[in-house]
Ligand binder design. Structure first.
Ligand code: SF4
Length: 378
């Protein structure tokens, strides 16, 4: 089984912390749609013969597309894929785009069965700090409208570590998420990326800085409160009730194949990773000329194992080293000796992080990364 990701590279306004690829000018939307349809045709054999199990539209802001735009994209996909095995079709949406019942019904009629809503916080102070376009009231109306339209599989995106977000408010955000009866939420730490407006404003002391200590305390609160509220932390940033995991993201973490369409989208076919040009005009121009503008790399055996370590360690299932052979396992055991044993458990071949280890997931993964010389297998 495989997945298809569609990157919709437009946003109404730039949030100050964002480093995803998007444009705030929708002037090229029609050209983008035509280019995307061409890319769908040119990549139609990429996943063969894998049936498509998940479709995911991310961005940018996919909810800026109209129902007519979605029909164009889906018609193009249906020309090459049957979707007989499709289980999940997620559209990322901003709360301000989900105020219209007709739009929500239109998405449902097209087969969208999961919404991922960019809430970030239920407090307007935090939304202003992040320069989000919506308000807390927009969010409450959006979730209600989506539920009234029949969506039950809803995920909310939240951000913690924001200087204006007190610990009490963070608990409130989690409680409100649970009270809204959504089966899934993702919680990400605010990261101040270089060259973003946020970094610039913090440097000029226009906005207060985000500190590691504040973020670590809120990760602690997150893990405690999510459990209290009945959510399972099945991945460090992802929480689900009643097993309503994101099938699309779970497939990424378990190394399944996926095709990424649109500017900056990444694809993986089991051995090769490729990524489209991160620029709308370059992406569109190439496809108008009948070619794709992308780069690719063939992953070495060590890189493939390192990716499995990096993604697997973040999941509740952990990393299963059973298939890697004794030499590699011994190397990983040797590297593990540098790590505080309170941070991980090793049951047979399965390595998982403990609660305290989750605070250092990326550093632990990096400490376990294999060198090319560690992997003698093809
Ligand atoms: S809506 Fe999402 S993709 Fe667009 S600027 Fe904000 S965070 Fe970035």
């Amino acid at each position: 089984m495989a997945g298809i990701y569609i990157h919709v590279p437009f946003c109404r306004r730039a949030c100050n912390y964002c480093n995803f690829y998007f444009s705030t000018s929708l002037g090229n939307k029609e050209r983008f749609l035509r280019a995307l349809c061409k890319e769908i045709a040119l990549t139609s054999d990429y996943l063969n013969p894998q049936p498509v199990e998940t479709l995911y539209a991310g961005g940018g802001t996919p909810s800026l597309l109209t129902i007519g735009d979605w029909k164009i994209i889906l018609d193009a996909l249906h020309r090459y894929y049957s979707f007989n095995y499709l289980k999940e079709f997620t559209v990322e949406a901003n709360p301000d785009d989900l105020q219209d019942a007709e739009y929500l019904r239109g998405l449902q009629e097209l087969g969208v069965n999961r919404l991922s809503i960019g809430v970030q916080s239920f407090f307007d102070d935090d939304l202003r700090y992040m320069q989000r376009v919506h308000t807390a009231d927009d969010t409450l109306r959006a979730v209600k409208s989506a539920q009234d339209a029949g969506f039950t599989n809803i995920s909310l995106d939240l951000i913690y570590g924001v200087p204006t977000l007190s610990h009490d408010r963070w608990v409130k955000n989690l409680e409100l998420t649970a009270a809204l009866q959504v089966p899934h939420f993702s919680a990400y730490c605010l990261t101040v990326e270089p060259k973003t407006t946020l970094e610039n404003k913090i440097r000029k002391k226009i906005l207060p800085p985000a500190t590691e200590e504040h973020a670590a305390e809120q990760l602690d609160i997150l893990m405690r409160e999510a459990t209290n509220l009945g959510y399972e932390q099945y991945e460090i940033s992802n929480f689900a009730r009643e097993g309503r995991y994101s099938l699309h993201n779970s497939a990424y973490w378990s190394g399944k194949k996926y095709l990424g369409l649109g500017p900056s989208a990444h694809s993986f076919n089991g051995t090769t990773r490729s990524w489209n040009v991160r620029n709308n005009i370059a992406y569109i121009t190439a496809l108008e000329e009948g070619r794709r503008d992308y780069e690719e790399e063939v992953l070495s055996p060590a890189q493939r194992i390192n990716e499995t370590i990096m993604t697997g360690l973040r999941t509740a299932q952990g990393v299963n080293t059973a298939a890697w052979g004794n030499e590699i396992k011994q190397t990983i055991h040797r590297y593990l000796q540098q790590i505080n044993p309170e941070y991980y458990t090793l049951h047979g071949d399965v390595l998982t992080l403990t609660r305290s280890g989750k605070f250092f997931a990326d550093r632990i993964a990096a400490a376990l990364f294999l060198e090319e010389s560690d992997v003698s297998l093809p």
